[in-house]
Design a protein around this ligand. Structure first.
Ligand code: 13P
Length: 250
């Protein structure tokens, strides 16, 4: 059966007090079949992991360095994240591609280091408004999928997140037809990259970009949408929990 995953990306938000937002999520998702993940800032990962122990909720990071250790001031490696009990790491989020000039090659190295450390990389792809207006959305995403994903023969431990850059934090989302078209396109690319029975066909593809409780049911009903990567609406349990429930029931 296809893995369904709802992931919160807190971005650069959250202090110790914010951990209390995870408590209702822990309580309400105990019997869930879907996986529930929260990617906190680095500063909260350790405490968040203690907080969720014994529950369905797991904790991930938002980035990692491609190397395991070394002279990289300010960076954190996948190995370090795995050692404290993180389960996933987001790689190639568009905010890092844009603000830190991350290339597909770097994203792939980061994702590979995550796999080597035993973490599941969530590799983000997505076109800008300009790409879409120019009719290049499918091509841009093709390049990102082909070049940012690690070369593993089996992809069971990789997740892809389609996040159109213009939909992030804007309240705008693509039409259901556009989401379905892009997810089907990504599925074809994944099957091509990871053939075999447990390959690209099984790789979860998340949708991200202004997901809320109001649009989640429609988005999660689209073919090849295996869950969501949620930014702003993951910060408070009262916003995030309804989205988790919608995925569980979808
Ligand atoms: P929003 O849900 O705030 O649009 O953010 C999406 C995102 O970037 C998740 O990684």
């Amino acid at each position: 059966m296809q893995i369904r995953l709802i992931a919160g990306n807190w971005k650069m938000n959250g202090t110790s007090d914010s951990l209390r937002e995870i408590t209702p999520v822990i309580e309400a998702t105990m019997e869930f079949h879907s996986a529930v993940l929260i990617c906190t800032p680095f500063t909260l990962i350790d405490r968040a992991i203690t907080h969720v122990r014994g529950s369905r909720v797991t904790i991930g990071a938002q980035d990692c360095h491609p190397e395991a250790k070394g002279p990289h001031t300010g960076d954190v490696s996948a190995q370090m994240l795995a050692e404290i009990g993180a389960t996933h790491v987001i790689t190639g989020h568009s905010e890092r591609r844009q603000h830190h000039r991350e290339t597909n090659a770097l994203v792939r190295d980061k994702a590979t280091s995550a796999l080597d450390a035993g973490l599941v990389p969530i590799v983000c792809v997505g076109e800008t408004q300009r790409d879409r207006d120019a009719g290049k959305a499918l091509d841009i995403v093709s390049g990102q999928v082909r070049e940012s994903l690690p070369d593993v023969p089996q992809s069971g431990s990789v997740v892809v997140a389609y996040e159109p850059v213009w939909a992030i934090g804007t309240g705008r989302t693509p039409s259901l037809g556009d989401i379905a078209e892009m997810h089907a396109h990504i599925r074809r690319l994944l099957v091509e990259k990871f053939p075999g029975s447990r390959g690209g066909r099984q790789t979860p593809i998340l949708y991200g970009g202004s997901v809320t409780a109001n649009n989640a049911a429609e988005i999660f009903s689209a073919a090849n949408v295996d869950g969501g990567l949620v930014g702003g609406a993951s910060l408070r349990a009262r916003d995030f929990l309804p989205i988790c429930r919608i995925l569980e029931q979808a």
